[in-house]
Design a protein around this ligand. Structure first.
Ligand SMILES: Nc1ncnc2c1ncn2[C@@H]1O[C@H](COP(=O)(O)OP(=O)(O)OP(=O)(O)O)[C@@H](O)[C@H]1O
Ligand SMILES: [Mg+2]
Length: 359
């Protein structure tokens, strides 16, 4: 059977696309499924996170330009059942290379169609922004997952991402399914909760029940170049990624059932945790615990990514939007006040004009 190909995509950067891709991959593998990760980002973050050095000779770039066969590029990782088509630094130059080719938006479709990928799942980690690489990913996928963080800028990313998916569905890939929207890096404050509720009320059942909390263990794991589900399988971040994987598998099963395809039942949560722990134990001698300073630096970088380096005017605008999200009654009062004031000004202005011109 052909693998189920899933792109992890949001045009916004730093909202956990790579973290979602790699943790989903190891959890699926720990659940006994075979997985291939395609790292389509020249930063090579998922390649590094799965223990491969992006300085290796051959990668996805070579497949795109027709300089290698899948068998030359596909490599095993240290996790049983997870293989990767890695990114190499040369991937940064792919836009120019592909612009010289015909049908460049379907290059990955053709690569996957002509190779016998012996795998249950293919997970594509997309770069931020809608360039030729994410277009290729979406054109070649059965489904897409959109990670999103409930920050004031979340809508920004969603508003750019949803139309791009619609464009692909209407042009390159009519079968592309939006499997779901996943809340990641959840900061549990009131404003973020409101934004979360707003997005949930707008997108309904498309949003997964599982949410990934903000957890410093995830940053530590990234510094140690491991998915958090391996680095700290008991941490809240890891358990949330595992619960998301189970929900993802259930959704996949339900969707397949609608077209009369029966998929193996989702395994028991505890058995998956056990495998993750075994993998963790094989790492314990090699894991290099990152320093506190490095983790703090990661947290500060994350804050900049999520909340941005914005101009004072942009920040004031956002603060006002927050205020009104949290105090809707004030917004209503302000609108009524504006109406009454405008009405009064018009009446006064009109009667002054009447008395001036005496009509
Ligand atoms: N649940 C979490 N809690 C805390 N930090 C997290 C969490 N998920 C991801 N991060 C951190 O956020 C940063 C961005 O995550 P990640 O690299 O997965 O995002 P991305 O969307 O792939 O970014 P890019 O757009 O640059 O590819 C990383 O430092 C990662 O360790
Ligand atoms: Mg990434």
């Amino acid at each position: 059977m052909k693998p189920y190909v899933v792109a992890v995509f949001n045009q916004k950067g730093g909202i956990s696309k790579t973290t979602t891709s790699t943790n989903l991959a190891v959890c699926l593998a720990a659940a006994g499924r075979s997985v291939i990760v395609i790292d389509l980002d020249s930063q090579g973050d998922s390649t590094k996170s799965l223990g491969i050095d992006p300085a290796i000779k051959k990668g996805i770039y070579d497949l795109f330009i027709g300089g290698a066969e899948i068998a030359d590029v596909l490599i095993p990782t240290q996790f049983n059942n997870v293989r990767i088509l890695p990114s190499t630094y040369s991937l940064a130059g792919i836009e120019i290379k592909l612009s010289e080719l015909k049908d460049s938006q379907r290059t990955l479709v053709n690569i996957l169609a002509h190779s016998d990928l012996d795998s249950d799942f293919v997970i594509i980690d997309c770069p931020p922004a809608l360039g030729i690489l994410p277009i290729n990913a979406l054109a070649a996928s059965n489904a897409v997952i959109i990670p999103v963080t409930a920050t004031p800028y979340a809508n920004d990313g969603l508003l750019r991402t949803l139309p791009s998916i619609k464009y692909i569905q209407e042009s390159l890939n009519k079968g592309l399914l939006l499997q779901g929207v996943l809340f990641t890096i959840n900061d549990r404050n009131k404003t973020n909760r409101k934004i979360n509720e707003l997005i949930r009320s707008r997108l309904g059942g498309t949003v997964y029940r599982s949410e990934i909390p903000r957890d410093t263990m995830v940053i530590e794991a990234a510094s140690a170049r491991l998915p958090v589900c391996i680095y700290a399988p008991k941490s809240p971040g890891a358990l949330a990624h595992l619960d998301f994987t189970l929900e993802f598998m259930d959704r996949h099963r339900d969707i397949a059932r609608r077209i009369n395809v029966e998929i193996e039942a989702t395994p028991n949560r505890d058995s998956i945790i056990q495998v993750l722990h075994q993998w963790r134990d094989t790492q314990s001698t090699t894991v290099d615990k990152p320093t506190d300073a490095r983790v703090r630096e990661g947290g500060a970088k994350l804050d900049r990514l999520l909340y941005g380096d914005h101009t004072p005017l942009e920040r004031a605008h956002m603060a006002l939007v927050h205020f009104f999200i949290e105090h809707r009654a004030w917004l209503l009062a302000l609108i009524v006040l504006l109406f009454v004031t405008t009405g009064l000004l018009l009446t006064v202005g009109f009667s002054s004009l009447r008395s001036f011109f005496n009509f």
